[in-house]
Design a protein around this ligand. Structure first.
Ligand code: IMP
Ligand code: MG
Length: 176
């Protein structure tokens, strides 16, 4: 695909304001309770870093997972495995998963159903962008930055062929 334009969707300021709001909601929900926050690599890294920095909660552990999906281009998320699992046990903990985007929902369905078997006290999901167009399974994120119907989106951790992850705003990729 030849890219014609990166069309601004959410400005860096808008993203940061929304992240501050989510951080305050998360602080309020887990007030006085230890929390384990799991970042889904690679795409979640920027939202995760911004979110934990904006939180006032200081009894927080962090961990990371990296997932891979295999399959044809048309069914990219059908077979999902861990490239890297968490290292901190979930048993008895309040756990919050932080991911860049839900698209089909298959990736988060796999991750949440796997983590749900590990004895956490609670398991919730924070998503920067909830994209509805290609949803195949029902996933109800607990915290949502922004909702979009469609479009291929980059920035704030999201990539197109590993490019544009570090852009501080959210853009739609417009092909030639
Ligand atoms: P799902 O399993 O279809 O929900 O896949 C979600 C994953 O696909 C996200 O974590 C992203 O890594 C990737 N993805 C889906 N849509 C986009 C997009 O618009 N831009 C960049 N990555 C995307
Ligand atoms: Mg991802």
């Amino acid at each position: 695909m030849v890219i014609k334009e990166l069309r601004p969707v959410f400005s860096p300021e808008l993203v940061q304001n929304r992240v501050q709001e989510l951080a305050a909601e998360i602080d309020a929900l887990y007030k006085g309770k230890p929390l384990l926050i799991i970042c889904v690599l690679k795409g979640g890294f920027m939202f995760f870093a911004d979110l934990v920095r904006a939180m006032k909660h200081d009894d927080v552990q962090v961990d990371f997972v990296r997932l891979s999906s295999y399959g044809s281009a048309t069914s990219s998320s059908e077979h999902i495995t861990f490239n890297k699992d968490v290292e901190i046990p979930l048993q008895g903990k309040d756990v919050l998963v932080v991911e860049d985007m839900i698209d089909s929902g298959l990736t988060m369905q796999f991750l949440l159903s796997t983590l749900a078997q590990r004895g956490a006290k609670s398991l919730r999901l924070a998503i920067l962008i909830d994209k509805h167009e290609r949803r195949k399974v029902e996933i109800k994120p607990d915290f949502v930055g922004f909702t979009l119907e469609q479009g291929f989106i980059v920035g704030c951790g999201l990539d197109y062929a590993e490019r544009f992850r570090t852009l501080p705003g959210i853009y739609e990729v417009i092909p030639e």
